[in-house]
Ligand binder design. Structure first.
Ligand code: ADP
Ligand code: ZN
Ligand code: ZN
Length: 690
């Protein structure tokens, strides 16, 4: 071998090694950055990506050659690599770790010949399947407001720098039509569009709508429910430029799109855009970064934008477009608050449904209209209780109750998954009369059946939709009018274009009014607005559509804003509070979490980390708060504590974290005794739940 070439490769180094940067290897021939390879690390052979940039100085002895080159795959682009590198730096993870975690898992398994084979097959299939540019498919003429938004979008797009645009449109205002038209323009220019949605459940519906509009175009989806082979094929179609459009959940923000021309983030406020493990990235935030770097318009849409995005629009950093009215001029549902304090005490507390709400539902039933009742708690009852000895159905492994599921007679822990048959009698004292306390969707369904005789009731939650296809079948029944009352968790409140629902009810939303998480009111408002948005979507029925809220706190400012459908007033008051309290978006947060077998070990680690923090340059620009347990402190016998780090400056926080975290790898391995040892630690930059 004559003078092998030295190159950098981003390999998937485990986080605890602290090796985050690409490593140096040798190769017999020059390889373009972005080429997929396999490289040795210790005794293992790992997939890696050739990375651009200088290898440092004199070649150290013992540098090893890459073992395989997968050049059947055209190299990943420099802009893709740059996005990965940004995400790794920002979220404090290894470059190789992020790169490999966002590539389709199947890529790890194939050798070069197999990969070449898959690519050839895919090319053949795509070439065969597509009728060349089918004629115009039917599409509605844009409303005046949509037309105006589209025109503004176009004029913004012609500026030298690509804009980030916040589309604030009330539920049913036709935001999707704006996405479709914007995508149409992008495709007509020969470029690719990336459309992100928060929930896998919403992808089939949206996919159908996009597929119908863009007949003759190649549209692929990317989400975690695809089979590995499908996911690879779809990813390849995007990477090879065969797909015109990618529709997907948060992981799709990393799709390789050589001709990217537009990014849409639907329901941009949705918390599921935040990844909750590994590199805890926000796909919404990365979409904005990606758009800026690649000179591509980013369209963020929501009826209830995140306060982060809203504030940026206020500050002029995002352009704001508004769709203030529903398509067809239908009114938003009238909001009715039921003051639970006014109900007769004896019955009011235990009855799920207040008499006026029941009467309103009865009326719907008689008119042949649908109602949606929403309760964010699945199962029959959150806890079983023995009145004699005080036993409760706690989970032995978590600091949480096990939930009673009546249909399959189990007690299930929603945190660790432990499921057991319901005991016949109290396990502590033998009392036969153990009773459920509180209510989940199963019980609500049962109570509604008793209170509304003859009504056809359906329930949609994580339990009722476990089987593949179950959700689509249930939604189909609702759309077909085979259901009178739909009971569900927040799953049913998002996105669905129900046409016959004229009443939506939130049975017990108060719990999040007084949460310790400063984002709880923002989330509750968004949830209730979304839920309200499921009612009266048909303009003919809009005038008599209603949103009912049962509450013990009818005077609360949040409900006052909800009554007026006044997102702007709500956002303004929340932002004022946040500014005064120095909370995001007016400050920047990171959360350091430690998991251990005992709370003392986790706390000890965090306290030692805080001591190190105080000695670092730039420590005066950040505030490190004392460690506190998570709201469910113990899960599966693991004790979890966290420590908040705050700074007025994003840059200062980033610099501080980059200096701090390497020392935590060492700290973890130093703490060796059984009392000190922790299982793992992780940092969450811009954490969503506090
Ligand atoms: P949003 O996403 O803002 O809640 P959608 O995009 O789902 O609203 O639109 C609500 C309904 O209005 C849909 O059934 C859609 O097909 C219809 N719609 C949207 N734009 C138009 C239009 N310009 N003309 C007629 N119907 C429209
Ligand atoms: Zn007992
Ligand atoms: Zn448990």
């Amino acid at each position: 071998m004559t003078n092998p070439i030295r190159l950098r490769v981003a390999v998937e180094t485990p986080q605890h090694t602290g090796l985050g940067a690409p490593l140096d290897y040798l190769s017999e021939r020059a390889l373009s950055p972005g080429t997929l390879v396999r490289a040795p690390l210790g005794k293992r052979e790992l997939p890696g990506v050739v990375w651009a940039g200088e290898t440092g100085g004199e070649a150290p002895a013992g540098l090893r050659p890459v073992v395989a080159v997968l050049d059947a795959l055209p190299p990943l682009t420099l802009s893709w690599c740059a996005l990965v590198e940004f995400a790794a730096a920002y979220y404090q993870r290894g470059i190789g770790e992020v790169a490999l975690s966002v590539l389709p898992p199947e890529l790890r398994k194939l050798d070069n010949a197999q990969l070449a084979n898959r690519i050839a097959k895919l090319r053949k299939r795509v070439a065969g399947a597509l009728a060349p540019a089918a004629g115009e498919s039917p599409r509605p003429a844009p409303s005046a407001e949509q037309a105006q938004a589209l025109q503004q979008l176009e004029s913004l797009g012609s500026d030298a720098t690509a804009p980030t645009v916040l589309l604030h449109g009330v539920t049913g205002s036709g935001k999707t039509e704006v996405y479709l038209r914007a995508a149409e323009r992008t495709l007509a220019l020969g470029r690719q569009a990336l459309v992100l949605v928060p929930e896998i459940n919403l992808t089939p519906q949206l996919e159908a709508r996009f597929a119908e509009r863009f007949a003759g175009r190649h549209i692929v989806s990317l989400h975690s429910a695809l089979t590995p082979a499908q996911r690879l094929a779809n990813w390849l179609a995007a990477h090879l430029g065969l797909a015109d459009m990618v529709l997907g959940t948060r992981l799709a923000v990393f799709a390789s799109l050589p001709r990217l021309g537009l990014i849409v983030v639907d329901e941009e406020h949705d918390p599921s855009y935040k990844q909750q493990e590994g590199a805890r990235y926000s796909a919404r935030d990365l979409a904005v970064v990606r758009g800026k770097r690649e000179g591509v318009t980013v369209l963020l849409g929501s009826a209830t934008p995140s306060l982060e995005s809203w504030q940026r629009a206020n500050a002029g950093r995002y352009a704001r477009l508004r769709l203030p009215a529903r398509i067809g001029g239908g009114a938003l549902p009238q909001v009715r608050l039921v003051d639970m304090n006014q109900l007769p005490k004896a019955r009011g507390v235990t009855t799920a449904m207040s008499p006026p709400l029941l009467a309103a539902m009865q009326q719907r039933l008689e008119r042949g209209e649908q109602s949606l009742v929403f309760l964010n708690r699945r199962g029959y009852a959150p806890v079983l209780h023995c009145g004699d000895c005080g036993w409760k159905s706690g989970c032995p492994h978590c600091s949480a109750w096990r939930v009673f599921h009546k249909l399959d007679r189990t007690l299930r822990c929603h945190h660790c998954g432990l499921a057991e048959r319901v005991p016949r009698a109290c396990p502590d004292c033998g009392n036969l009369d153990i009773a459920p306390i509180g209510r989940g969707t199963e019980r609500l369904e049962e109570q509604l059946a008793a209170m509304l005789p003859g009504a056809r009731i359906a329930r949609i939650d994580a339990d009722s939709t476990r089987l593949k296809g179950a959700l689509q079948a249930q939604l189909g029944a609702v759309h077909a009018g085979d259901v009178d009352v739909l009971v569900g968790t927040q799953m049913v409140t998002k996105g669905h274009d129900f046409r016959r629902i004229t009443l939506v009810a939130a049975v017990n939303p108060d719990t999040s009014l007084f949460s310790s998480d400063f984002r709880a009111p923002e989330r509750l408002f968004a949830l209730l607005q979304q839920a309200a948005g499921r009612a009266g979507r048909d303009a003919e029925q809009a005038a008599r559509s209603e949103m009912w809220v049962q509450t013990w706190h009818p005077q609360h400012a949040l409900y006052a804003a909800l009554r007026q459908h006044d997102f702007e007033a709500f956002a303004a008051s929340q932002l004022k509070e946040r500014e005064m309290a120095g909370l995001p978006p007016f400050s920047h947060l990171a959360m350091l979490r430690a998991d251990a077998r005992t709370p003392e070990a986790a706390r000890g680690f965090l306290q030692a980390a805080a001591q190190i923090a105080a000695t670092l340059p730039g420590a005066d620009a950040v505030m490190v708060y004392p460690p506190v347990p998570l709201s469910v402190a113990r899960v599966a016998d693991v004790e979890r504590l966290q420590m908040l780090v705050e700074s007025a400056s994003r840059v200062a926080l980033q610099r501080f974290l980059a200096a701090w975290l390497p020392s935590l790898h060492a700290l973890r391995s130093e703490r060796k005794t059984a009392e000190q040892r922790i299982l793992r630690w992780a940092v969450d930059v811009d954490p969503l739940s506090i």
